[in-house]
Each structure stands twice: as structure tokens, then as C-alpha cells.
Design a protein around this ligand. Structure first.
Ligand code: HEM
Length: 146
């Protein structure tokens, strides 16, 4: 396997594991959860974070290292929108992450989950829908200036 193909594989691996972890978090989150359930979310959330890192490394590799010249992407506003949406997702994810970590050892039988935590995960899922669309468009050169 060439380096180019390997980095593409890494990028897709990151996409698959990040999406799976996010969908799983959304399926498991409830209005009230026990600290044991929250500890499970902390583990899934750690997979989400690791996946985002793998995805980012793959993306940076595709941008600067292998494949088309970096300028091909840097000159395309759709690419910048793609990276910005990814960074917004990462920023939003800090809130649920901190909530899960802070409450994983809470005293008592149940922890009430704020609606904003659920909404944060939903907004991330919504943004995730647009990323592959922007990816295929910018890979095909759609939106490129000049
Ligand atoms: C959740 C986040 C992301 C998703 C879902 C995603 C999705 C994809 C997909 C589906 C492709 C293949 C496009 C194709 O070959 O038609 C791709 C390629 C690519 N992605 Fe991402 N990506 C994400 C994040 C990033 C980030 C953060 C970067 C940059 C730092 C990045 C940079 C690239 C580059 C440079 C390519 C190569 C396009 C080509 O083959 O010409 N991606 N991405």
C-alpha cells in the first residue's frame, strides 16, 4: 500500500469511528443517568476524541503531504468551510465531554442530564451530515477559485 492510500485509509477510519462514537453517545444518553452509565459515556467519548485526532492527522496528511498540491485545497472556500465545521464540532464537543467527566463519580443514584448536552450532540450530528458533501465537492474541485 502506498503512503497516499494509507493516509486515505486513516482518514476514513477516523470518519467511521468518530461517526459511530457520536451516534452511540446519542443513542445512550438519557434525561437521567447513573454514574455507571456516565462512565460508559466517558469511554465512548474518549473514542470520539481519539477518532477526531486520527481524522485530523489523516486530513492534514491529505492536505499537506500526499495527493494533490496543498494549494488545490487552500484556494477552495468549500475546503475552508469543511475544516471550520470540523473545528466547530470539536469546540461543541468540549461541553458534553466536561459534563460526563465531572459527573462520572457523582454521589447518588441518578444524574440529571441538561438538555444542552443532548442538543450539543445533536448539533454535532447535524454538522457531520454536511462534511462528506463538502469533501466530495472540494475533492472534485467544485468551488475552486480561478
Ligand atoms: C468529520 C470530519 C471529516 C469528514 C467527514 C471528512 C470526509 C472526507 C471524505 C469523504 C473525503 C473523500 C473525498 C473524495 O475522495 O471524494 C475526504 C477527503 C479529504 N479530506 Fe476530509 N473529512 C473530514 C475532516 C477533514 C479535515 C479536518 C481535513 C483537513 C485538516 C480534511 C482534509 C481532507 C483532504 C485534503 C481530503 C482529500 C480530497 C481529495 O482526495 O482530493 N478532512 N474527507
Amino acid at each position: 500500500m502506498t503512503l497516499d492510500l494509507f493516509i486515505r485509509y486513516i482518514h476514513f477510519l477516523g470518519i467511521i469511528s468518530l461517526s459511530s462514537a457520536l451516534v452511540l453517545e446519542h443513542a445512550l444518553i438519557d434525561r437521567e443517568m447513573s454514574p455507571t452509565q456516565l462512565r460508559r459515556l466517558v469511554r465512548i467519548d474518549a473514542i470520539y476524541g481519539l477518532s477526531a485526532l486520527i481524522l485530523l492527522v489523516g486530513g492534514l496528511g491529505l492536505w499537506f503531504w500526499v495527493g494533490k498540491p496543498a494549494a488545490f485545497y487552500s484556494a477552495n472556500p468549500l475546503f475552508h468551510i469543511k475544516v471550520t465545521l470540523f473545528l466547530i464540532m470539536a469546540a461543541i464537543s468540549v461541553y458534553p465531554t466536561l459534563f460526563f467527566i465531572r459527573n462520572r463519580n457523582a454521589q447518588g443514584a441518578v444524574v440529571s442530564i441538561p438538555k444542552a448536552v443532548v442538543m450539543a450532540i445533536r448539533v454535532e450530528l447535524l454538522l457531520l451530515i454536511f462534511l462528506p458533501l463538502l469533501a466530495v465537492l472540494m475533492a472534485a474541485g467544485v468551488g475552486a477559485r480561478g
